[in-house]
Design a protein around this ligand. Structure first.
Ligand code: TYD
Ligand code: MG
Length: 453
């Protein structure tokens, strides 16, 4: 017997029964019966009417790599995986006001100047506003074709007639597909618009870059609902009131994920930061307790950042644990390991951890740097200013070597550091001008550098 299934149009959760409110996301009136092939496991009817035979090919069939175009903004080209791939669909997500329109207008201008026929469609601003912004950015002469439009059907017809190589759609939440019966910005509209644009890109060989606002509330759909459709997902991150912006590839069918590009927001738009380590460390003052330099890897590139910790007696029965730029459950783990394996308690103490410069770190290799920052803050002892730290901490208190140790050390040496503390790997690694002090477990590290444990 064919089973009916129901799914939520907001979060995609599926249910065997209809209900007024989705248990998954809590939205009302979003559950409807699934139609067609997607309705649950193996419908009987699929076997009755035969489909056509699909041609199968060998894995070894020769493929030429897709053509790519670089726009000349190195940080952007690298995050794209080495330039823009023809006929690809790219999503650029980020908080409102972070600088997505600025980035893409600049990218549009650079691609156009590099000979790529580019159309920029704004659904948020009038053409005059975009032109004024272009003037302010000194890009008024770039051969970019502009339109202010939200009707997707009209946009696609125009693109088909104009045949650009690159179309920028700012933003996907403002687009309106007239065959879908809901308001722009709703999950079904955003999905439909992204689907239309992605298939259009493939069919006509046009690269499409879509802007997607990240939204906190469920009122309008965020970029998450379209991430699986597009080839590349880039997030533009940073903190408002901070000039650094980071463009991070979280998915890329044509290049490495986790690659980052670093930009600085200036009065004249975004400028690329060629040497992010130097910039992230430029605000570092005198060596102070709680400050540690972590030698990290972001994508294919080493990046040095400062980890800052502050520890203070807590007036609360439940001490505070506040983290900016790192994972809070990972912090809880490090605190637990320090307590269980090294006998250093943090009970009754508020713990604050901050990654300087607005960077977000997700590498486990930052563990040891975090532990060092916490201990340095707790013991009120500053670590030598010329030392970088990295390494993963396991629950047993053992330290695991980090990947690309040599690249991290080289970057540190290049920026004038003379020593590094890291777990020793099986391979001996040496970098001229840099002293590598190996640590094998957390207790040993604590004993050596903080005289405790
Ligand atoms: P915008 O690109 O409009 O953000 P988004 O499209 O992600 O919503 O950027 C808006 C912010 O950027 C705005 O607060 C002003 C700032 N900005 C500059 O600092 N310098 C500039 O040259 C430009 C164009 C914007
Ligand atoms: Mg914008």
């Amino acid at each position: 017997m064919a089973k009916t299934s129901f799914s939520c149009s907001a979060c995609g959760a599926s249910f065997s029964k209809w209900s007024g409110r989705c248990e998954g996301c809590g939205e009302w009136n979003t559950i409807s019966e699934d139609q067609g092939l997607s309705s649950g496991p193996a419908k009987k009817s699929l076997g009755v009417k035969r489909g056509r035979t699909i041609p199968l090919t060998d894995l070894s069939a020769r493929e030429t790599p897709p053509p790519r175009t670089c726009c000349g903004v190195g940080e952007l080209d690298r995050v794209l995986g080495g330039g823009l791939v023809q006929a690809s669909a790219i999503l650029v997500g980020g908080d409102p006001g972070i600088g997505k329109s600025t980035l893409l207008l600049q990218a549009a201008a650079r691609f156009a100047q590099a000979g790529v026929k580019t159309v920029y469609v704004s659904g948020e601003e009038a053409s005059a506003q975009v032109r004024m912004r272009a003037q302010r950015l000194g890009l008024a002469d770039a051969p970019v074709q502009l339109a202010a439009e939200t009707n997707l059907r009209d946009i696609l017809t125009t693109l088909e007639a104009e045949k650009p190589q690159l179309a920028i759609i700012d933003s996907i939440q403002t687009m309106w597909a007239d065959h879908v019966d809901s308001a722009p910005g709703s999950v079904s509209q955003v999905r439909a618009a992204a689907h239309e644009l992605t298939t259009f890109a493939k069919r006509h060989g046009i690269s499409v870059i879509m802007v997607g606002h990240v939204t906190k509330e469920g009122q309008i759909a965020g970029p998450r609902v379209v991430e699986h459709m597009v080839d590349t997902v880039l997030y533009f991150e940073g903190e408002r009131g901070h000039q650094f912006r980071i463009l991070r590839a979280v998915k890329n069918r044509f290049g490495p994920a986790d690659e980052i590009g670093v930009f600085e927001m200036t009065g004249g738009g975004l400028s690329e930061v060629i040497n992010p380590s130097a910039l992230f460390l430029s605000e570092r003052g005198e060596p102070s307790p709680g400050s540690v330099v972590f030698a990290g890897i972001e994508g294919t590139r080493p990046v040095l950042v400062e980890m800052q910790a502050l520890i203070a007696p807590s007036p609360h029965s439940q001490p505070r644990r506040a983290v900016v730029g790192w994972d809070s459950s990972r912090l809880a783990m490090i605190l637990a390991v320090l307590e269980a394996r090294c006998g250093i308690p943090f009970a009754g103490l508020d713990v604050y951890l901050n990654v300087a410069g607005g960077m977000k770190i997700s590498e486990p290799a930052a563990d040891l740097a975090v532990a060092a920052a916490l201990l340095s803050a707790r013991e009120d002892v500053a670590l030598p200013a010329d030392t970088v730290i990295f390494g993963e901490i396991s629950l047993s208190g053992a330290l695991r070597p980090a990947p690309q140790t040599e690249n991290r050390l080289k970057e540190a040496q290049k920026l004038g550091f003379t020593a590094a503390i890291a777990p020793g790997g099986s391979k001996p690694i040496s970098v001229t001008g840099l002293k590598l002090r190996k640590a094998s477990d957390l207790a040993g590290f604590v004993g050596e550098f903080f005289g405790a444990g």
